[in-house]
Ligand binder design. Structure first.
Ligand code: HEM
Length: 449
């Protein structure tokens, strides 16, 4: 199977791991597994076996195929497999450094700093990351069983971490919001566009080996067989402080309606997913649930942010056309595929006390450029406010706030400013991975020296 883009480029979907471009099912259950390779030949044998596990998970009209596994390797993992030095050196510098080394830059400080990360996240023990996703527990067990068989009789490879995830009964994430709506369409991927007002991204923004938005081929690991059809994957475990978030809104709002409004202003969407840009006054669950309409908007008609504040999470993370005025920022260079999944139980509605239970989101971002996609969005748009003329403000929901942050809600006749924002999200750990194409997996399995 391959697909041709409008410019005649054939995206080799047969060689691309399906997890890179495949929407996750809804509802879903899944599991993330991390492995360490202690013995090189065992590691290569594992890659050989995983090749067929990944291959069998390609999306198909047959519902039996709806569960799939994605494999990624850390830089340490590629070293453990014996990838030659010149090839290792050809990977993006941020990938080679690893996420823990980028912590200060990314705002992973204090409670979020690697010293406090859940082990083995951020250590050189993490070599292989596997994500298995399925519409139901039975089919998940089927794919996990395939992974178990791949590990069978390979004492030189160890399972060192497992994190299960599943869609909460509300169908939303722990803060109560529908997630996974704003997503770029990618030329040639077959993924439907959710925003007819935005042109699909050039395939090379997400998959290596194809021209990107600049018209160039992005830097790609060598040899070509290793880089082509691969993508970089950002994996983060983010703990959500749901009780603190609810307490904050309760303290700032005079009524439940106002709590919902402030929560929506912070995100840019109502809990149902309805965007403030289309429904600024009140939630509209029908709009939130309608994939034809819930992402069909831009921001240029709201330059002052009266409908959706410029500092709202979703508007920061994808300002759409709102930065086009001076032409200095091309927002399209900072998009990525985003797959969030929930872990931990729901904090029951109405509970304001922390129950001490770990809950949050496993975030996965895929793209061809770690630096100008994930790292740029995190550092320039979520952790900083210079780009919206509010240098002291960080993202109100996911920014590294420390209790002194503020968030401006433009209103007439006078704006409102929320003060003393605490951190609502704590990084528990993460890794930068490279998800190779299927030919690249064969190449890795057949390495000899
Ligand atoms: C626990 C942390 C986070 C939570 C709870 C969260 C929640 C949300 C929610 C509720 C939305 C709106 C719904 C949607 O469009 O899917 C959203 C959108 C988005 N988020 Fe986050 N997010 C988190 C962290 C991040 C991080 C760290 C990044 C990037 C570095 C990010 C990037 C985005 C992007 C790109 C969008 C889509 C914006 C659009 O296209 O309109 N998010 N997020």
């Amino acid at each position: 199977m391959s697909a041709t883009t409008s410019e005649g480029i054939r995206l080799e979907l047969d060689d691309i791991q399906s997890g890179a471009l495949h929407e996750r099912p809804s509802p879903y259950v899944g599991t993330y597994l991390l492995l360490r390779i202690d013995v090189r030949p065992a590691g290569r044998e594992l890659v050989r076996r995983l090749h067929s596990v990944v291959d069998s998970g390609r999306p198909s009209a047959d519902p039996a195929h709806d569960a799939w596994v994605t494999v990624g390797f850390t830089y340490q993992g590629l070293k453990a497999l014996g990838v030659p030095e010149d090839s290792l050196d050809s990977f993006a510098p941020e990938f080679r450094e690893g996420m823990a080394a980028r912590a200060a830059e990314l705002g992973d400080v204090g409670d979020s700093s690697p010293a406090n990360w859940e082990k083995p996240l951020g250590t050189s023990d993490v070599h292989v990351a596997l994500a298995a996703l399925s519409p139901d527990a039975l089919r998940l067990e089927g794919v996990v069983e395939k992974i178990r068989s791949a590990l069978d009789g390979l004492p030189g490879v160890g399972l060192i971490w497992r994190q299960d995830c599943y869609q909460l009964p509300t169908g939303r994430t722990s803060f109560g919001f529908k997630d996974g709506i704003g997503q770029p369409a990618v030329e040639g991927s077959g993924m439907p566009s959710s925003n007819p007002k935005e042109k699909p991204l050039k395939a090379g923004e997400i998959i290596l080996g194809y021209p990107d938005e600049t018209g160039e081929l992005p830097p790609m690991p060598t040899p070509e067989v290793l880089g082509r059809n691969g993508t970089y994957v950002v994996f983060r475990k983010l703990h959500t402080r749901v009780a603190a978030y609810r307490q904050y809104l309760r303290a700032k709002a005079a009524s439940r309606e106002e709590e919902a409004l402030l929560g929506a202003k912070m995100v840019g969407r109502w809990q149902s997913g309805a965007p403030l840009a289309l429904s600024p006054e009140r939630d509209d669950p029908e709009l939130g649930a309608d994939p034809q309409r819930n992402n069909n908007f831009l921001y240029a008609d709201d330059p002052r942010g009266f409908k959706c504040p410029a500092g709202a999470h979703a508007r920061r993370a994808n300002p759409r056309d709102s930065l086009d005025r001076d032409g200095s920022v091309d927002v399209r260079l900072h998009r990525m595929i985003r797959r969030g999944t929930s872990y931990g139980p729901l904090l029951p509605e109405g509970v304001l006390e922390d129950d001490g239970v770990d809950r949050g989101i496993i975030f996965v971002f895929a793209g061809a450029h770690l630096k100008r996609q994930f790292e740029f969005v995190k550092t320039q748009w979520l952790n900083d406010g210079i780009f919206i003329g509010a240098p002291l403000e960080k993202d109100p929901l996911v920014g590294p706030n420390d209790g002194s942050g503020s968030f401006t809600i433009p209103e007439r006749p006078i704006r409102r400013r929320l003060q003393s924002l605490p951190p609502f999200v704590v990084t528990r750990g993460g890794e930068y991975c490279f998800a190779p194409g299927l030919s690249a997996m064969r190449w890795l399995a057949e390495l000899e020296t």
